[in-house]
Design a binder for this molecule. Structure first.
Ligand SMILES: C[S@@+](CC[C@H](N)C(=O)[O-])C[C@H]1O[C@@H](n2cnc3c(N)ncnc32)[C@H](O)[C@@H]1O
Length: 461
């Protein structure tokens, strides 16, 4: 997560619960009642440790609980009104990359020829501190972190993990995994130096532990002003901090909060702008993420997510328009313009109109509408496409062509969606994990959007 100071968004991630928690979650699904877990040893230890280090336990209205729909989260012990502060974490319980320069790892980080990124530094910190077990100062915090994540990249050793994703999502997951691997590989000198300096860290820096630490940061850190520290790669973002306890807050697309570090009280504070009854789950807002983003970065999916959309590759949009033409496109061919479809695709790419080709519950995006309009243009219109779009003078025939192409696009996508849902029902993935459940929900939500788009096109069905 990343709660952005003054933008009111907090960005966080997912966890697969421990078996015990998982059983609990199944049990509470039956009763649909949240189960407070604040008396579990790990949370007692966490709260005691936080109290010893300046956290105002008495003033905190939240306690951990397991909820039937969202898993572990925080429950309020009293009614809350808009403007109420829900959590305040003292500065010295937050961890930024710069703070790690003051640990045993600091001298090694500072002498790296290739300056590491803050992400690599915080990964190194999490991996070494986790390996210390109970002897780590941070043990009470690390002990309540998820052991696993339900993001596609986290379980990427299983090929089926990616195979069950929509094509466009699969390529994003593959890119994400490549980025993480590249970050792991460029940090190898740092890790080797740490291992040379401290025998106890020998062999702790595996790719698996790096991916775990990566998703801890990705899904659970809050926004902090960049430190501008010279020990880090200046091109990489340095604007996040780990935030114990606060990172137990779940996301709701409708939640409103203000959040940020307050230099006067020297703590990171979140205030809710919503009302809650005692024993409700309190939510924050990680940002206006669609379900694909939520799955890739956090490992969960929101049913009826108002920010959700189905994106299409440019090739699929071109094919949908192409399929509406029985004969080759009536357009002047010149030496420069050999294939009119390629020319149109090129026109779209150079105007960035190959991006955000999507449909949501409110219909096709502006880019998708414009791309379809351009793809349906005659050659003489294309050369002045900006003017044609601005005039917005669409003939009924072109309008019909656009609608039919959109219908074809959404029908093809629906067929793929239904076929994948069938495969998932048939057990294409051997284990019915939380990851598979999330992927199934991702496809179902896509189906709803595609169907709504078609109803919009043809309300009489
Ligand atoms: C910052 S953590 C929040 C606390 C987390 N549930 C935990 O137990 O550690 C973010 C992760 O919580 C889960 N999460 C957050 N909001 C959720 C929601 N509305 N529904 C389901 N899972 C959610 C996701 O696994 C996400 O990656």
């Amino acid at each position: 997560m990343n709660i952005h100071e003054s933008t009111y968004d907090v960005t966080f991630c997912t966890m697969i619960e421990s078996r015990r928690q998982c059983r609990r979650r199944k049990n509470i699904k039956l009763f649909n009642k949240p189960i407070p877990v604040d008396h579990d040893e790990q949370y007692i230890t966490l709260m005691k440790w936080m109290k010893e280090h300046g956290f105002n336990c008495k003033g905190c209205c939240l306690k951990p609980a397991v909820f039937s729909d969202t898993g572990r989260g925080l429950m309020t012990k009293k009614n809350l009104r808009p403007g109420d502060s829900i959590v305040e974490i003292p500065r010295h319980l937050l961890v930024t990359a710069k703070d790690i320069l003051n640990t045993e790892l600091g001298p090694i980080i500072k002498r790296q020829q290739q300056t590491p990124t803050p992400y690599q530094v915080v990964c190194a910190f999490l991996i070494t501190e986790r390996s210390k077990g109970k002897s780590s100062f941070w043990y009470p915090y690390i002990n309540v972190l998820p052991k696993d994540f339900t993001t596609p990249a986290f379980g990427s050793t299983k090929q089926a993990n990616f195979d069950v994703l929509p094509t466009i999502v699969r390529s994003r997951a593959i890119n994400q995994l490549q980025d993480i691997r590249a970050a792991f590989e460029t940090a190898s000198c740092l890790f080797e130096d740490i291992e040379r300096a401290f025998a106890q860290y020998r062999s702790v820096f595996s790719f698996d532990s790096f991916v775990w630490a990566w998703f801890v940061i990705n899904s659970r850190s809050v926004y902090m002003e960049p430190s501008g520290c010279e020990a880090f790669d200046p091109k990489a973002s340095d604007d996040f901090a780990l935030a114990p306890f606060l990172d137990l807050l779940n996301h709701s697309p409708g939640a409103e909060v203000t959040a940020g570090f307050d230099p006067v009280s020297n703590c990171y504070r979140i205030k809710t702008l919503d009302s809650y009854h005692a024993y409700d789950q309190v939510f924050i807002h990680y940002g206006p993420h669609d379900n694909v983003n939520l799955l890739l970065e956090y490992g969960f999916v929101i049913p009826s997510n108002p920010h959700d959309a189905v994106s299409f590759e440019l090739g699929a949009v071109v094919d949908a328009v192409k399929s509406q033409h029985d004969s080759p496109l009536p357009c002047r061919r010149t030496r420069e313009v050999n294939d009119p479809w390629e020319f149109k695709a090129h026109t779209l790419k150079s105007a960035n109109l190959d991006l955000d080709l999507s449909c949501s519950m409110s219909g096709p995006s502006w880019n998708l509408q414009t791309a379809l309009r351009i793809l349906c243009m005659e050659y003489n219109e294309i050369v002045t496409w900006k003017r044609v779009i601005a005039e917005n003078n669409i003939s009924p025939a072109t309008n019909n062509l656009i609608s039919m192409a959109l219908h074809k696009l959404t029908t093809d996508e629906q067929e793929q969606t239904l076929s994948m849902l069938q495969k998932l029902d048939d057990g294409v993935c051997e284990e019915n994990t939380d990851y598979v459940e999330n992927v199934r929900m991702l496809w179902k939500e896509r189906l709803d959007i595609l169907r709504a788009t078609q109803v919009e096109l043809d309300p009489n069905g």
